[in-house]
Design a protein around this ligand. Structure first.
Ligand code: AMP
Ligand code: GLY
Length: 433
């Protein structure tokens, strides 16, 4: 390969997901230069950091032009929903990630529910409301449990599982009173689905769609799935409930029809589609779409991917995904999120973190999320979710053991983690589930 074949890549974002993406991109034989904006101290070990805020489209376009960036990989959803991919495309810059129109799959829950209804995609029965009185009337008519959702992006906080009608009414009022800001100006009320949750990822160039791994995350903050919801306290891949047959059903009944519908509307979806599924007694049903990789799901997909990530993302971004069949190592990857005390409320910032080399000496990989360097070079906590300690193993039990061995070598009194990540898969392996 000549040096001309090499691709210069800019990753947008600063979390554990972006560290995992940069870590995997850095292994590509096709990679030229790798930058991350704004990145974090972990990402800095594999990429040059660029001080551009996520979502600053003019500065991002200018940087790409000045530095010969061949591919931009957008990590988080907010800049996609706000049109960063559109601004880059207009400037002639190749980007992995959907347009604002296609990113509505995550940006508006009502948009996605309407699309599902139009195409016949299995999902919970629902109704959309723009005022409290009509939402309240619908809730009064429906039977609990039900789910009340702010329509827009609410950083994972805009969903209330109401076990009673009174709770649902309270959630409706909270939304319309501005609890989730503009995201709550419209409300979706939907039926409660019962089953096991799983995440399915798919890469698409807008036409070709290929499955890109499965995972299960742990949203509640405490062991035993107790306490408030978080962005995710840990994950493992593959999700055992997503057998080859279940994956194919979800692709055929949910993901492919979605991509086809958006293409038919003239707003093709290009990037990674992350389907949050409920595996019900009837089969897979869509809970929600995300238009980017999961965090921390990405941290367990990347260690299992055998193929060149850069090649796959570039093929998506340039319309050449046809024929791609991503291959995965036949092992389980498991990540344990270490969060700052106080998360998901007010996380305590600035506490010192040690022991990362000792943790990585076990063979684990420590992805950085909310970290920063103090003036004296000490690694400190700088967010809610701070580290994602990731290990692989022949079984979920082995991956779990290895991940916690590494966690136990991290010296961070200011942090905490769940001790039961992967419990479902481990229980299944031991036949006790
Ligand atoms: P979302 O932000 O839409 O993924 O919702 C957050 C979480 O709420 C999901 O991961 C589920 O655990 C739960 N959830 C959302 N919608 C439903 C539903 N219709 N039935 C049951 N649980 C749901
Ligand atoms: N871990 C869930 C998400 O990334 O949305």
């Amino acid at each position: 390969m000549t040096s001309d074949d090499r691709l210069n890549v800019l990753v947008i974002g600063s979390g554990g997901r972006e560290h995992a993406l940069a870590w995997k991109l850095a292994q590509s034989p096709r990679l030229g230069k790798l930058w991350a904006a704004p990145g974090n101290p972990g990402i800095a070990t594999v990429a040059d950091l660029v001080p551009i805020a996520v979502g600053d489209a003019p500065a991002t376009v200018a940087f790409c032009r000045d530095n010969g960036v061949d591919l931009v990989v957008v990590g988080p959803e907010a800049p996609l929903v706000a049109g960063l991919a559109d601004r880059l495309t207009e400037a002639g810059i190749i980007v992995f990630g959907p347009s604002a129109a296609a990113a509505q799959l995550e940006g508006s829950k009502g948009f996605t529910k309407d699309l599902c209804a139009e195409v016949g995609i299995p999902t919970a029965a629902y109704a959309r409301f723009r005022d409290a009185a009509s939402a309240r009337a619908y809730v009064e008519m429906s039977s609990a449990p039900m789910v009340v959702k702010a329509d827009g992006l609410a950083a994972g906080k805009g969903v209330v599982i109401a076990m009673t009608t009174a709770e649902a009414l309270e959630a409706v009022d909270a939304c319309f009173e501005g609890a989730f800001g503009a995201a709550g100006a419209e409300v979706v009320v939907e039926a409660f689905l019962e089953g096991e949750e799983a995440s399915l990822f798919a890469l698409t160039d807008g036409v070709t769609v290929v499955p890109f791994g499965t995972a299960q995350d742990h949203k509640r903050v405490f062991d035993g799935d107790e306490g408030p919801n978080t962005g995710g306290m840990g994950a493992y891949s593959p999700a055992t409930v997503m057998t080859a047959e279940m994956t194919e059903r979800a692709m055929a009944e949910i993901v492919r029809p979605t991509v086809a519908a958006l293409a038919a509307r003239g707003t093709p979806f290009q990037g990674v589609l992350f389907a949050g599924l409920m595996i019900t007694a009837k089969g897979p049903e869509l809970i929600e779409y995300n238009v980017r990789f999961g965090d921390p799901e990405c941290q367990v997909l990347m260690p299992r991917l055998e193929d060149d990530l850069l090649d796959l993302l570039y093929r998506c971004a340039t319309g050449h995904l046809a024929g791609a069949v991503p291959r995965w190592r036949d092992e389980t990857a498991l990540t344990v999120v270490m969060a700052a005390a106080g998360y998901p409320g007010e996380p305590k910032k600035g506490t010192a973190i040690g022991g990362l080399p000792a943790a990585e000496a076990t063979g684990a990989t420590v992805f950085h999320a909310g970290t920063a360097l103090a003036d004296d070079g000490t690694l400190i906590a700088n967010g809610g979710r701070v580290l994602a300690v990731t290990a692989t193993g022949a079984t979920a039990a082995e991956a779990q053991r290895r991940a916690y061995t590494a966690v136990d070598r991290i010296d961070w009194p200011g942090g905490f983690c769940r001790r039961d990540i992967g419990w479902r898969a481990v229980a299944r392996e031991s036949g006790s589930d």
